[in-house]
Structure formats: structure tokens, C-alpha cells
Design a protein around this ligand. Sequence first.
Ligand code: PMP
Length: 426
Amino acid sequence: MKQAESLYQRACRVIPGGVNSPVRAFQAVGGNPVYIASGRGATMLTVDGQTVVDFCGSWGPLILGHAHPKVVGAVKEAAERGTSFGTNTPREVELAELLCRLVPSLDRVRLVNSGTEATMTALRLARAATGRQRIVKFDGCYHGHSDGLLVSAGSGLLTGGILSSAGVPAAAAGDTLVAPYNDLSAIRGICEAQGPEIAGIIVEPIAGNMGVVPPEAGFLQGLRELADAHGAVLIFDEVISGFRLGPTTYGRLIGIRPDLTCLGKIIGGGMPIGAVGGRGDIMDLLAPLGNVYQAGTLSGNPVAVAAGLATLHVLLEDPPYDRMAERARCLAEGLNAAARASSVRLHCAVTGGMFTPFFGDAPVRNLAGAKACSAESHARFFHEMLDRGFYLPPSQFETAFVSAAHTAEHIEAFVSAAAEALKRMG
Ligand code: PMP
């Protein structure tokens, strides 16, 4: 028996479903999940001795690839000085200053431990700042697993959404309105009907949790205008997109200023972190200045902060963004050409270093489009590629990443493996 199988069997006895986060269980693609022994640069070594080129990148944080020497050095140095103090350290000030400098819409920023904490706090702030209850989110955007955000579109836009998890109070669904992504007229309708009750609009400015789906022209600007017109707080969830397409947020790159921004992933360089930041008048509602409570034993953890600072400094000193975008573009073009030469319906979406092979014909612009793609073909492709040494996110509804560590050779090898895989599938 392979080591991964025996580990998974042991795990299933002591960890629910054998995993510490659901999508790792390979439910969408079938088969035994992988177990990783180590990673370096663009590759990972499985416990069974297979080397795979990694396009999942720990779901986004590893923009520099695995075990980047500067990040590992910073982590070691920080750990040797003590892993946590439960009080203040100089480097958390440095990271907050750097974030505020690189993202001008952040007057102030608070560090937390995960993306979920960041969005949860952003909603609380939006409610406190407006004295209103309701939140609007977009179907297919994921903002972590807090109650009010585990809601998906119900049958009517103007009624609350439907709970997408058991154990969430029904009131959460009533207070969360769900609109289709990239559809300004739908959200305009919601705002016209319920504007005075809407505390905040939360959106992934590039959607990454239904596969990568970029915003259409005018969508985000339209949200900014609607939030202003109705007195709602505009929240950009940049947990994936922050520092992914340039050394700043996507909002900053396109010149749209949200009231609050949520960050995570890259700013922790692979260590657990999150951040919420934005307008000073809203951020100052947080305790101890204001009466919005938020806290964390390990918030601003010195090891996580060191990994994040090291990552951001590498991104500033040697920006990999053009290179990553070019490689991802080559990968997508190669994949689309290979698909045309086969009988498999495939369209690879790409934005900067983010890409998703969607198993359908038309470009995807919202969750309905992503759901219309063939999950079965995706699952087949995932395993064909894994067998050939390429690790993709194990779900159709996820974004894959080209990191700074991927070379032109990795991309060429991916494209020729994909051509073989697609031929076998067709
Ligand atoms: N927001 C977005 C856009 C995300 O993609 C994620 C996680 N993938 C989260 C929030 C939640 O982050 P975490 O898993 O760190 O809680």
C-alpha cells in the first residue's frame, strides 16, 4: 500500500474526513488525497517519492514558491527569538506600515490569523459604522466560513439567501443578500429596494473561488457608486488577489478605493495570517479605541509577520509579476490550443498569474457559468495531470497559480503533458 493511502486511513480515524480543510479530501476529483513530505521552489515531493510541479501554491500564499530561502531564513531567525509573546513587537509595526504605504486606501490595518477572521471583522465594522444589519455578497465569491458568509443565492434576489452549511442560524441567511457576480443591474435592484438596511457590500474584486473570474468593465466602479449612493461600506476581499497581480491590492491597481480591504495568504508568506484595513474612521471603531470587539492570542504573531515581511520585500525588490503573467498566458494559450486539437471542451481563463481550466466552451462570467462546466472532465484532467507530475487545485471551482518559482520549462512541460492528457480524455 502506498504511504499516502495508509496515512489517509489513519487520518480518517482521528480527523473528520481525514483532513483539516474539506477540499483537501479530493471529494470533487475522487481518489486518495496526496500527502506531501517537502517542497522547494515550484515543486513538492510526495511521501511516496513523486515530484510534482505545484500549481496550487497552498491556495495562494506561496507566490515565491516553496521554502524560499529568504522566507525560511526570516522564519528561523524569528522563531529563535521566541515564537509568541502575546504583546507587541517591532516587526508588526513594520508590516502594518508597509501595508499602509503600499495600499493607500489603508489608513490603518489590524492583523488577524486568517482570511475568515479578516472578513468577519470587516462585516462587524460595516454594521457598527452604519448601524444597519444587512450585507450583500456575490454568488460564487467565498469569504471564509463565518456564519453570515456561508450563504448562497436563494430563489429571489430580494429575499435573503439560503444557508450553505448546517449549523448556521437562520437569521444569518435573512441578513445576507446574494447577487450574481458581474451583474450590476441585479445589485442595483437590491440597493434600490433595501438600500437603507444595507451595511456593506463585500466582493472579491477578482473572483477566485469559482475558478478565476475577472470583473467585467464597470462592475467594480458600479459597486463603488452604489455603495456611496446608499451609504453602505464597500469591502474588497483581497485575500487571494492582494499582492497577487502587483505589489499592492487589485483595487489600487485599477484605481478603485474600497472602504475596507481584507488581506491574507501572500502577506503571511505561508504562515497563518489575515488583515483587515481601510478608512481610519471605520478602523478606529475597533477596541480598544471603539466598541467593536476583535482580538486574538496569536494576532500579529512574530513568526508569521517575519515570513510576510520577507515575502513582501522580495516582491518589491525583484517584482516577478510580469514574468508570472507572461508564463500564465503561455500556459493558457498552450492549453487552449491543445484542447482545440482534442475533442475536449476547455477554455482556460487567465488573469496575471492566476488561471483556471474551465471545461466548457464559453468564457465564465459568474457562478452559473462555472457550474455549467463539466466537473467530470475536470476530475479526469486533474488525475491525468497528477499522474504526469503536475498538481492542480483538486476542484473545478478554484484558481491555480503560477508562482515566481515556475520557469518557462515548467510551463512547456505542463502544456505538453496537458496535450497528452486531453488526447487520452477525448
Ligand atoms: N476570502 C477569500 C477570497 C478566500 O479565498 C479565502 C480562503 N481561500 C478566505 C477569505 C478565507 O481565508 P482563510 O482560509 O485564511 O480563513
